[in-house]
Design a protein. Structure first.
Length: 390
């Protein structure tokens, strides 16, 4: 399957959002520069207005109200910056995907790769949809004064409804349109950066899992389907070559995962730390509301999006662990007992390598899996309890 087909079928969302974020390796340098500059200016100006609000009206309530959105905008710069800094590695990861798809493969192997590619497409579309709901909820709050002035006009224009606490150091009424435009752009930028970067991460991890599954399939079928009319020595030699070919495929997948780990290890650590604090504070805000209101809905959607965000990041590590368990089972289920000692030794070495599986971690401190996800939520709720009691 050629590159264009793979992109259109399985990576359409990732490519579109990555290009709008300025991290897609094959877009023009000019396009990357313009996109990155726009995102940088909008994000830095947003951070400036938030810090100005915090300094001008400093108190504990202001800190609690502000910290989540400071982390959100910082997350934009961190996510985009990670893929800019690791642009060469990201391009290498994508090029490896194109190379793996362009190879001549057996029908069974191609079906395995398609299964994992379809999983990538499903996760990307789901993340895209969730992000659209969340960003739409935030954007409508900024745009509602303008819409209401058109539908239900009053004697004077309505005040700006800020998506997040901000102080622009200018007259809100006089420059209302510019402020609303900036708030809306911040929402759009956050949406595309988070979707583009996170689906890129999902894409490369799922491809690695697919390559591990292909290697497992080769191990499991290495000692079967050989011509019975061949001499025993020829059959044993072919057994050996097949197992060796399987080991090479497994090593290829492991090396690919190591590159992914190196590109994301610090970035994931920062993301986990930000989400734990932001989740605790947002939960505190949601718990403080006494009745259903627009701010409650906004914070509730924000809380849900944080939950989905950290679930997506940690779940990829679980997929890697599951893939490693599956290849170990495939090696054990192979008919290794029907071959000679040299080939059996290759099976032993392959099985031994599965005892030290490749992992995805946050800063080398946390192994990303569903158990870690549960621990993060548990820790966040504990922090929420402390904040609420104090």
């Amino acid at each position: 399957m050629d590159r264009t087909t793979v992109e259109e079928r399985y990576m359409k969302v990732t490519k579109m959002c990555s290009m709008l974020t300025g991290i897609w390796p094959d877009q023009s340098k000019f396009s990357q520069l313009v996109t990155r500059t726009i995102i940088y200016i909008i994000s830095v100006w947003s951070l400036f207005t938030q810090v100005a609000q915090l300094v001008s009206f400093f108190n504990l309530d202001a800190v609690i109200e502000q910290i989540c959105f400071l982390f959100l905008i910082s997350g934009i710069l961190i996510k985009q910056g990670n893929y800019i800094i690791n642009a060469a590695q990201y391009k290498m990861l994508l090029n490896t995907i194109w190379e793996d798809w362009s190879k001549d493969r057996a029908k069974d192997e191609l079906e395995i790769m398609v299964e994992y590619a379809e999983r990538t497409a499903f996760f990307s579309r789901m993340y895209f949809g969730v992000g659209m709901v969340c960003s739409g909820c935030f954007a409508q709050q900024a745009l509602s004064p303008i819409i209401l002035d058109i539908i239900l006009p009053t004697n004077e224009t309505r005040d700006v409804l800020y998506i997040y606490p901000a102080y622009y150091l200018i007259d809100d009424r006089k420059y209302r349109s510019l402020i609303i435009l900036h708030l809306t752009y911040v929402t759009i930028v956050a949406y595309y950066v988070f979707v583009g970067c996170d689906t890129s991460y999902v894409c490369v991890v799922q491809h690695a899992c697919g390559q591990i599954a292909v290697a497992g399939h080769r191990f499991k079928n290495a000692i079967s389907d050989l011509c019975v009319v061949k001499q025993l020595s020829d059959v044993q030699d072919e057994h050996y070559e097949r197992v060796l070919h399987s080991i090479q495929a497994h090593q290829h997948a492991i090396n690919y995962l190591k590159i992914i780990e190196n590109c994301h290890v610090t970035y994931l650590c920062i993301c986990v730390a930000f989400v734990m604090v932001a989740f605790s504070v947002t939960l505190l805000k949601v718990a403080s509301y006494e009745e259903i209101s627009a701010p409650l809905i906004k914070d509730g959607v924000f809380l849900s999006s944080q939950l989905i965000h950290i679930l997506f990041l940690t779940a990829q590590g679980q997929f890697v662990l599951n893939s490693n368990d599956e290849i170990a089972e495939s090696i054990y289920d192979a008919s290794w007992y029907n071959t000679n000692k040299e080939t059996q030794l290759l099976f032993v070495l392959a099985l031994r390598s599965c005892l030290s599986p490749p992992i995805l971690s946050a800063g080398g401190l946390l192994t990303l899996n569903l158990e870690t996800f549960a621990e993060i939520i548990k820790g966040s709720v504990s922090y929420f309890t402390v904040l609420k009691s104090s």
